[in-house]
Design a protein around this ligand. Structure first.
Ligand code: NDP
Length: 370
């Protein structure tokens, strides 16, 4: 049996895939959630199993409180600290994001250091790299870049300050003087993953910010596509990057951009439309001019959050992850199409092609051959 790994915020989009991959790879997995009683958020986790039928152990912990973290990290060799608020609307008070992101990261790291955890992999973001640089059009960002928190929106600020806090915490730990063979006496290591915009199949109908986009496209919740674009990455590839950063010895002390090529929303919509529109969906592929977005933003807080990013390209190099971790992103079409099918399977979009019935039949066939 491989060692135990703690995944924080296990109910989330990215964390769920980390849990799945860890179980598939034979690790024992513990996950933190804010409420064990919230079946809508944790139910899907209880269904996940490894090859021997072992499932995840769930414990309660909130980034805003000390309670539960010591118990959560106990007997873990690794921690994937994925939890952080990722809202689709900017809150009126930025501390709603910054306090749990920063103080929560310190809490998790302190508990991990006390418990003799070997390595923490922190889920940071391109938000901690590519924002607040003024006019950076055409510039390709690398791990050497840092967002300027004083010139960022609250979410980008929360991710930048949280990652900074994590590196400062590690630097503040005393150097290990003891026997290097004794794992418990080694200094805690940190590796950081900086994903681009994460898309791909969803495990739970309680969607996060990424789910909102696909749902709007498949449900025609927007008439056309504003000129927004991101360096997109598949959630399964982000999970794989976390495991590679966890086990690759040289990853300690490093941050890794995990993001593919920049893609405009209109091109993402066209990939989705190519698969689903022949089945009766009406994924919008037209161009929404800025003035129309500005008008919509007066009534729609999510749209309001996007205004300052119109026309901006997010260019990032994942060369370091490729070179040092052997990490490769998959093509965006696979990501979009699989995400679309998962949205239909979970009821986040109408089923115009009998997909849920097909899935139910193949599940039944799988069970009867097992
Ligand atoms: P989700 O919203 O699906 O997941 C966020 C998780 O954080 C949830 O499990 C949530 O718990 C948990 N969380 C939020 N606030 C607290 C808190 N106060 N205490 C404990 N847990 C908390 O988003 P993603 O899966 O997309 O995001 C996961 C990570 O990836 C975040 O760190 C995010 O910043 C980062 N990221 C995401 C990107 C994306 O495009 N999705 C891009 C780059 C980075 P609960 O279920 O109880 O709400």
């Amino acid at each position: 049996m491989k060692p135990r790994v703690l995944v924080t915020g296990a109910s989330g989009f990215v964390a769920g895939h980390c849990v799945q991959l860890l179980l598939d790879d034979g690790y024992r997995v513990r996950g933190t959630v804010r409420s064990l009683g919230n079946e809508a958020k944790v139910g899907h986790l209880r269904q996940l199993e490894d090859a021997d039928g072992n499932s995840i152990e769930l414990v309660e912990a909130d980034l805003n409180s000390d309670a539960g973290w010591d118990v959560a990290v106990r007997d873990c060799e690794y921690v994937l600290h994925v939890a952080s608020p990722f809202p689709s609307e900017t809150p009126d008070d930025e501390s709603e994001l910054i306090t749990p992101a920063v103080e929560g990261t310190r809490r998790v790291l302190a508990a991990a250091a006390n418990a003799g955890v070997k390595r923490v992999v922190l889920t940071s973001s391109m938000a901690a790299i590519a924002y607040g640089h003024g006019d950076a059009q055409g510039r390709t960002f690398t791990e050497a870049d840092w967002s300027d928190p004083d010139r960022c929106e609250p979410y980008q600020k929360s991710k930048t300050l949280a990652e900074r806090a994590a590196w400062s915490f590690i630097e503040s730990l005393p150097q290990n003087q003891k026997d290097q063979k004794d794992q418990k006496d080694q200094k805690l290591e940190l590796a950081v993953i900086n994903p681009g915009f994460v898309l791909g199949p969803m495990m739970s109908a309680v969607g996060g910010t990424s789910a909102e986009l696909i749902s709007r496209l498949l449900n025609r919740g927007m008439p056309a596509c504003p000129q927004l674009g991101w360096a997109v990455v598949d959630v399964r590839d982000v999970a794989r990057a976390h495991l590679l950063a966890m086990t690759t010895p040289e990853a300690a002390g490093n941050r890794y951009i995990c993001a593919g090529e920049h893609i405009w929303l209109q091109d993402l919509a066209k990939l989705l439309a190519g698969e689903f529109n022949p089945h009766g969906y009406r994924v919008p592929t037209g161009h929404l001019p800025y003035w129309a977005l500005w008008l919509a933003a007066r009534f729609d807080k999510t749209m309001r959050m996007t205004l300052e990013f119109v026309g901006k390209k997010e260019l990032a190099s994942h060369e370091k992850a490729r070179r040092e971790l052997g990490w490769e992103p998959r093509p965006a079409r696979e990501t979009l199409v699989d995400m679309g099918y998962s949205a239909i399977a979970l009821g986040l979009a109408p089923d115009r092609m009998g997909y849920r019935e097909t899935l139910a039949k193949s599940d039944e066939a799988g069970r009867s051959t097992a």
